[in-house]
Write a protein that binds this ligand. Structure first.
Ligand code: F6P
Length: 542
């Protein structure tokens, strides 16, 4: 794609000056033109550094790319994760329950429905207080042990949908191998009333294994025997053997499949905490929202296709305008974990150095995703967004309706959200800044001296996504929107978005270092690492 004639034209267009203020002034229909709706979500993309001709060229790029045929391959269950020879079929997990889902000649629908039925049964027992612990007490707490895709999705969604909580069981997440996490989680819990889920597709991830062992030890220390542990431990994994070896009985292992990537697994039993919190009916709404976004993605023409639009804008900024970062700014306290979730989704999927055939890439791929809930960020890093020479395209996300009673707060929050996008787009000129200073009674000289500091260049691009409300349905649609955006960008860059070999090296190198730290091996690494280990050991012992 990057070598096509259209791309060359786009690179040329990217060099030409463009003023968003002028574009809005010249075209009263701009906002109407650059907006789209899908599954009730409204996307305003008018405040982007595009003109009609740039947009037409970007759409041409999408037409020439293989988005539609690659999407078809994904839907067919072709092994588009070519380095692991795996299908990419997370969409099947949220498909309509009546649709047959045939992969390699086997209909997977019964397995998926059986998994939902087992989740529903356990949730029913937990909600009713019928699942008893080894001392006959009802379960009050659940510890969810997992990391990366086995943690970020359920944690983010549980937080996002906190107002829909119907469960008497409190949920605690443990991911990091930092011992503080598990120590803090178990501090106020009682094993007799605690259920543990070990969530790991591979059941081989060090952090998850060590945290699971620590929690199992906590049970043992409190007097639980093997049978008690078996009663309290569950797993979600595709490695039944390793889960069984750990001591988890077969009836307590919910399935994972190799055709679901970790960061795309929220829709599987990895979503159990969300289903527990919401009840199975509302969890189905989350799946429905994602399913409807999939349908939109599959059927909408390119120029009205929301994931395609977001993908094209992203590629435009990264590859034509040289923007390396992308801010994700949810104006919703409940969505504050969304940036971390999308970080894994986008950066682990598309942060690649070679194309699908292993040829080195010359152009950058995934952006550096960062962000936090508005308005907190306005008092921290928005300064850089407004005035730095760096341009950081930003996605603003705002639910229109909220469940809390402080309606005026919500109007103020929304006002800030819109004001930020407006300020980023229009900026403040020198003359405007000077007039502002003069209005405070300052002299001409003082105004001229201060005005440059108050200038905001404007022309900073943003998208605004408006959700009718933050419900399971719209959250499902929003997550699927970003998933499909990442997919489209992977196609545009001709990379495999579904492997993550880059994370392996650090894992491999940590083993010999751990052996040195625990005195099983001698220190023999590069000079810097060697010195750090020696210093750490000295301080650690001191
Ligand atoms: O960080 C690498 C990774 O493989 C992620 O892709 C995955 O989500 C995470 O580790 C956890 O893996 P698992 O579910 O196998 O423990």
């Amino acid at each position: 794609m990057m070598s096509s004639a259209v791309w060359a034209e786009l690179k040329q267009l990217a060099q030409q000056p463009l003023s968003l203020r002028q574009e809005f002034a010249a075209d009263p229909k701009r906002a109407e033109k650059f907006q789209v709706n899908a599954c009730g979500i409204h996307l305003d993309f008018a405040k982007n550094l595009i003109t009609d001709s740039i947009w037409q060229k970007l759409l041409e790029l999408a037409k020439q790319s293989q988005i539609q045929s690659k999407m078809q391959q994904m839907l067919n269950g072709d092994k588009i994760n070519n380095t692991e020879q795996r299908a990419v079929w997370h969409m099947a997990l949220r498909a309509d329950s009546k649709t047959p889902l045939v992969l390699d000649g086997v209909d997977l629908q019964p397995e998926i429905q059986a998994c939902h039925a087992r989740m529903a049964e356990l949730i029913g027992q937990l909600h009713q207080g019928e699942y008893k612990g080894y001392q006959g007490d009802a379960i009050t707490d659940l510890i969810w042990i997992g990391i990366g895709g086995s943690l970020l999705g359920p944690q983010m969604a549980c937080e996002a949908l906190a107002p829909f909580n119907q469960s008497p069981v409190r949920i605690h997440f443990a991911g990091n191998i930092d011992g503080a996490v598990v120590s803090d989680v178990v501090k106020n819990l009682d094993p007799a009333t605690t259920l543990v889920f070990v969530a790991s597709k591979s059941f081989g991830t060090e952090e998850t294994k060590q945290n699971a062992l620590a929690v199992r030890q906590w049970f043992t220390d409190k007097g639980a025997d093997k049978a008690a542990i078996a009663q309290h431990f569950w797993a979600t994994s595709s490695n039944i053997k390793a889960a069984a070896e750990f001591g988890i009985v077969a009836e307590h292992i919910l399935p994972m499949w190799d055709w679901v990537g970790g960061r795309y697994s929220l829709w599987s039993a990895i979503g159990f905490p969300v289903a527990l919190q919401l009840g199975m009916q509302q969890f189905q709404q989350l799946l429905k929202g994602a399913r409807d976004m999939d349908q939109h993605f599959i059927h909408a023409p390119l120029e009205q296709n929301m994931p395609v639009i977001l993908a094209l804008l992203g590629v435009w900024y990264i590859n034509a305008k040289g923007c390396q970062a992308q801010a994700l700014l949810p104006y919703s306290h409940y969505l504050r974990f969304l940036p971390s979730y999308v970080q894994q989704l986008d950066m682990e999927s598309n942060g690649k150095g070679v194309d699908v055939d292993g040829k080195p890439l010359t152009d950058a791929t995934a952006p550096v995703i960062w962000g936090d809930a508005g308005t907190n960020g306005q008092h921290a890093y928005h300064q850089l967004l407004h005035q730095s020479v760096l341009a950081v395209p930003s996605d603003f996300i705002l639910p229109a309706k909220v469940s809390h009673e402080l309606k005026d707060h919500h109007h103020r929050l929304a006002a800030h959200c819109f004001a930020q996008t407006q300020a980023l787009m229009q900026g403040k000129t020198f003359d405007e800044a000077k007039a502002e200073v003069l209005a405070t009674g300052a002299s001409e000289a003082e105004a001229i001296a201060l005005a440059p500091h108050k200038v905001s260049p404007g022309n900073k691009p943003s998208n605004t996504l408006l959700l009718p409300e933050l419900s399971p349905y719209y959250l499902g649609a929003l997550i699927a929107l970003y998933e499909q955006k990442v997919f489209c960008q992977g196609v545009l860059w001709n990379i495999n978005s579904f492997d993550q070999w880059g994370v392996e090296l650090g894992k491999q190198l940590s083993t010999p270092i751990y052996q040195v730290l625990s005195d099983q091996q001698k220190n023999s690494f590069d000079a810097s690492t060697q010195a750090l280990i020696a210093k750490f050991k000295q301080l650690n012992l001191g």
